[in-house]
Design a protein around this ligand. Structure first.
Ligand SMILES: [Cu+2]
Length: 146
């Protein structure tokens, strides 16, 4: 008699636990997946480099969350604040800057949590620190897919 009562009372509690577990899975799994890591080297020869790409190019989905992991090496000159290279995202069509994508790098490794532009299309990354006489050549393609 006592056992029967206990089992009956546990049922709603079990259902609640299950609902809670499913709820946590729905929230946690997409969050863990959302963040893609993109690794870029801002090198001493005033060039952006990405492993396995002869011509570095970043391709993202509109609104995607990205962790940009940068390794920066000093070129011939740098800013007074110690920034050795920059990384600014411009819209290719009118060369206007994208909010939240105006970065400055210090020597060594650093990470930036960024959100891709919502508007699909062609963009360009440019360096904003006069890092050497090769500075004008420090840029790369950036594509936002729908
Ligand atoms: Cu530069």
């Amino acid at each position: 008699m006592t056992i029967n009562v206990t089992v009956t009372n546990l049922r709603p509690f079990r259902r609640m636990l299950l609902a809670l577990a499913v709820g946590i899975a729905f929230v946690a799994v997409p969050c863990a997946r959302a963040q893609r890591v993109i690794e870029v080297t801002a090198d001493s020869d005033s060039r952006y480099k990405m492993t396995g790409q002869r011509t570095p190019e970043i391709t993202v989905k509109a609104g995607e969350q990205i962790l940009l992991r940068v390794t920066a090496h000093r070129a011939k000159s740098w800013n007074r604040d110690g920034s050795i290279h920059g990384f600014t995202l411009l819209r290719a069509k009118d060369r206007t800057r994208v909010d939240g994508w105006d970065l400055l790098f210090k020597p060594g490794k650093q990470e930036f949590l960024l959100t891709a532009p919502n508007e699909p299309g062609a963009y360009e990354v440019v360096c904003t620190v006069i890092c050497s006489e090769e500075h004008e050549g420090m840029h790369m393609k950036f594509t936002v897919l729908p």
